[in-house]
Design a protein around this ligand. Structure first.
Ligand code: ATP
Ligand code: MG
Length: 183
């Protein structure tokens, strides 16, 4: 499953609807300080269900919504959509027949988040389920942020185990078992 497009609207500095195509030969995004490179990564984490404002470099969840500039008024809501190429059917099960998987999250200033899977409303859990065990997800090792390497080096054995279990693809089953036991 390859991420082929990121669509943003009202998210942080991306106030106008923006579509970022990601061709398979794209290896880096470069630009001057403050142009929004890290905001793109924040958007990817956010749409996959990140629920900590701190992990998105903000104080509150509403900080992801464009809060105005000298020439523009703040906006009332934002959305981010990730479009994955699933033509090889890597995402199987009920999604196997979809050539494209689009996941979207939108939020308004009142704080209500809505999630969509190929345009149909879904739960946050439906989105997080797709990525469990793939190494991609709001806190996964596919996104290596500043400070993460030193956190890994200094991690306690139990914390390291979480990364290893995700890499081995067993975190998905552990999560299922935890849920069943809690029922
Ligand atoms: P660097 O090279 O320094 O790491 P960068 O390209 O990663 O820079 P970002 O951190 O992605 O830059 O973008 C920072 C910009 O985003 C700042 O100008 C900041 O004002 C703007 N910004 C962040 N949140 C919002 C928001 N809610 N509304 C409007 N602008 C925002
Ligand atoms: Mg940055």
């Amino acid at each position: 499953m390859r991420l082929k497009k990121i669509k943003l609207a009202g998210f942080k500095s991306f106030v106008d609807p923006t579509s970022l195509p990601l061709p398979s030969n794209c290896v880096a995004i470069v630009g001057p300080n403050g142009c929004g490179k890290s905001n793109v990564i924040d958007a990817v984490r956010w749409v996959m269900g990140e629920s900590s404002a701190k992990h998105l470099r903000g104080d509150s969840m509403a900080d992801v919504i464009f809060n105005g500039s000298t020439s523009r008024k703040p906006v009332g809501q934002c959305s981010v959509e990730l479009v994955f190429d699933n033509s090889e059917g890597s995402l199987g099960g009920q999604y196997a027949t979809y050539n494209e998987i689009a996941i979207k999250r939108q939020v308004s200033r009142d704080g209500q988040s809505h999630y969509f899977l190929n345009s149909a409303r879904c739960r946050r859990r439906d989105i997080t389920d797709i990525f469990l065990g793939t190494g991609l997800g709001p806190r996964s090792y596919a996104i290596i942020e500043q400070g993460m390497i030193s956190r890994l080096i200094e991690a306690k054995p139990e914390e390291l185990r979480v990364f290893l279990e995700e890499a081995a693809g067993i975190s998905k089953y552990k999560e299922r078992r935890r849920e069943t036991e809690n029922r």
